[in-house]
Design a protein. Structure first.
Length: 401
């Protein structure tokens, strides 16, 4: 079985099945004791060719003619807004976008859509933007998929940015994937790292893969713009530069551009009884080592003493000890507090991804070899049921509680 990209030399194939065992995508099967490749599943990773001792598999990775992307320039950040308040994830992306734009020698541009959002332009410039593409219309007051997608797609097609960044929020994930499809661009979701390849001048997009067990760096060299979403609290905001100015490009579109197949009926605000962990400066988290739902009382007491939020590992949430809104990690929330105290958390990669950007990390665990200690600023090897109450007692004395 063969095509122009991968070929099995039938006369050399001995049916050893080494290729079947190493294929991570299940693309190879044996037919009449010969390897057969399902090209719909094959990604041309090369694992089968490397494993074949008989050189029966040939991969032809003929490079296509390099496309001309000289018309594409600048780094764009979509500035998500709610009630004309620019969300903090957008400012975090402007901080990273500033770094990327400087490495490429281009401008950092913000895209602001809404009704009255122009009042926030000075704030956006202070956070690092050189240019703002501004579209204001009453029909853009609240986010709706159709009009936002049409407007952003039109802007991308007209001005041709080389990079577009967007927050991996509910709105961002819904919007940017639609835009990527319309403009035929590659999109990497939930990135935890962004950089520029110094030789090729392309975007290096790093994200967790295979359940968070490895970190993959992804490139999209054959399409523009290069598009990425980034989780909240992964990147750092720049300190605002008061009085900083830039260029504002106002765009308007015909009324039919703002038509939508859906209609916003009402917005019901979520009532938070506790501190939102995504915004908290201090988080005290508990893991499986806490032992039970009842034992979480000592974690909560320490958090309350420090006026912080309570976090939890996935195993704790799965066990029903804490609600999902408190989960920190790849499948929960990404946090970046000034102080993160991990109590009885071993530190699996999925959890570390969600909190390793914290300014100061204090880990409490009785296992000295726990992975959490590899990222901890301070590590305490001991019984959390003895250590945590002592910490709470001391903090109460220091804080006058």
């Amino acid at each position: 079985m063969s095509n122009e990209k991968i070929q099995v030399l039938i006369d050399k194939c001995v049916g050893c099945m080494f290729c079947v065992k190493v294929c991570p995508f299940g693309a190879i099967s044996m037919v009449n004791k010969k390897a057969t490749i399902d090209t719909a599943k094959c990604t041309l990773c090369g694992a089968c060719a490397e494993a074949c001792k008989f050189k029966a598999i040939i991969i032809n990775k003929t490079s296509a003619a390099k496309k001309d992307f000289s018309d594409y320039k600048d780094v764009w950040v979509f500035c998500e807004q709610k009630k004309n308040v620019v969300q903090s994830i957008s400012y975090e992306l402007l901080g990273k976008g500033r770094e990327l734009a400087d490495k490429l020698g281009v401008k950092l541009c913000a895209v602001a859509l809404g009704d009255g959002i122009g009042a926030k332009c000075d704030e956006i410039f202070a956070k690092g933007a050189d240019k703002i593409y501004l579209v204001e219309d009453p029909k853009l007051k609240h986010y709706l998929d159709d009009p936002y997608t049409e407007v952003l797609t039109s802007l991308v097609q007209k001005y041709k940015p080389e990079i577009v960044l967007c927050g991996a929020s509910v709105i961002g994930r819904s919007l940017i994937s639609r835009v990527a499809v319309k403009v035929g661009a590659g999109l990497t979701a939930d990135c935890t790292g962004l950089d520029i390849d110094p030789a090729e001048k392309i975007l290096l997009q790093t994200r967790p893969a295979f359940g968070g067990n490895i970190m993959a760096t992804i490139i999209t060299p054959n399409s523009r713009p290069q598009m990425s979403t980034v989780r909240h609290k992964v990147m750092k905001e720049l300190a605002p530069q008061s009085g900083r100015k830039g260029e504002i490009i106002r765009e308007s579109f015909p009324s039919e551009m703002y038509s939508s197949r859906s209609r916003l009926i009402d917005i019901i605000e979520e009532i938070e009884e506790t501190v939102n962990i995504a915004e908290a400066n201090i988080i005290v988290s508990g893991g499986r080592g806490v032992g039970s739902k009842e034992n979480f009382a000592i974690v909560k007491e320490l958090a309350m003493t420090l006026n912080g939020a309570v976090g939890a590992s996935r195993s704790v949430v799965d066990a029903g000890w804490m609600p999902y809104s408190h989960q920190v990690g790849q499948t929960g929330k990404t946090v970046c507090p000034k102080l993160y105290i991990a109590c009885g958390i071993s530190g699996q990669i999925q959890h570390l991804i969600g909190m390793k950007s914290s300014d100061v990390i204090v880990a409490i665990n009785k296992d000295p070899d726990a992975p959490i200690f590899s990222v901890a600023t301070y590590g305490i090897v001991g019984d959390l049921f003895k250590v945590v109450p002592k910490m709470t007692e001391q903090f109460k004395k220091i804080l006058g509680k």
